[in-house]
Design a protein around this ligand. Structure first.
Ligand code: HQG
Length: 191
């Protein structure tokens, strides 16, 4: 397997275990979504025949080569920074967001989003981007001409919507009502 493909393979397996299905690996995550590195490695290697076996050094290499900061290692524990979908909600650090956040999505979802607001859908939290470029990349996963919504995070926060930190580019919220979306109704469609 080419090295880049191996990184992607490992990252996907890690995301699956830490974001979506820890139970499958017999993992019990703490309230912040973390698990001891040793336990994690044992579980991953027990299930998946990584060849050679997965090590902390390899995980750090995967993280260093990734274009996104998806995982964090702290105090001998590893966790996914965002993206969780399993039932028990993990805690993220609450913080004051920048005045404006962005959300890249498919054009076909716009009517529903403008009516119901941003909802977490399959995940625990709504994901927003700190800059337009990141939002565009997120949106391109679903539409080659994604719609970029602006979120008046300043107003939303002032009116009691809680925002949480994923990483330096990803912000999370439980949901975002339509009145904070689009800023003066404008929706930028990126060509
Ligand atoms: C849409 C990836 C209809 C929402 C990315 C999105 C991100 C609605 C989809 C992270 C809706 C959910 C998360 C409503 C929201 N009606 N559609 N009311 N509210 N939606 O994948 O934000 O590479 O769960 O617009 O880069 O796309 O995996 O969320 O299109 O950071 O690390 O429902 O996952 O990161 O899709 O992506 P997702 P997302 P990784």
């Amino acid at each position: 397997m080419a090295e880049d493909n191996r990184y992607v393979y490992i990252s996907r397996k890690m995301s699956y275990a830490l974001r979506h299905n820890p139970e499958k690996y017999g993992l019990e995550l703490a309230q912040d979504g973390s698990v001891e590195m040793e336990t994690f490695l044992r579980a991953m290697n027990g299930m998946h025949h990584f060849d050679p076996p997965l090590t902390e050094a390899m995980i750090r290499e995967v993280m260093a080569h990734a274009e996104k900061q998806r995982f964090a290692i702290e105090d001998g524990r590893i966790r996914a920074l965002y993206g969780h979908s399993f039932q028990i909600k993990v805690d993220h650090k609450e913080a004051m967001p920048p005045a404006v956040l962005y959300h890249g999505t498919a054009r076909r979802f716009l009517d529903s989003i403008m009516e119901k607001g941003l909802l977490p859908m399959g995940r625990q939290y709504v994901h927003m981007s700190a800059d337009i470029e990141t939002a565009e990349q997120v949106g391109r996963r679903r539409d080659n001409r994604p719609a970029i919504l602006t979120i008046d995070a300043e107003k939303a926060a002032a009116e009691g919507i809680k925002f949480y930190i994923g990483n330096d580019k990803v912000w999370l919220a439980d949901q975002v009502p339509p009145r904070y979306l689009g800023r003066s109704g404008e929706i930028v469609i990126v060509a």
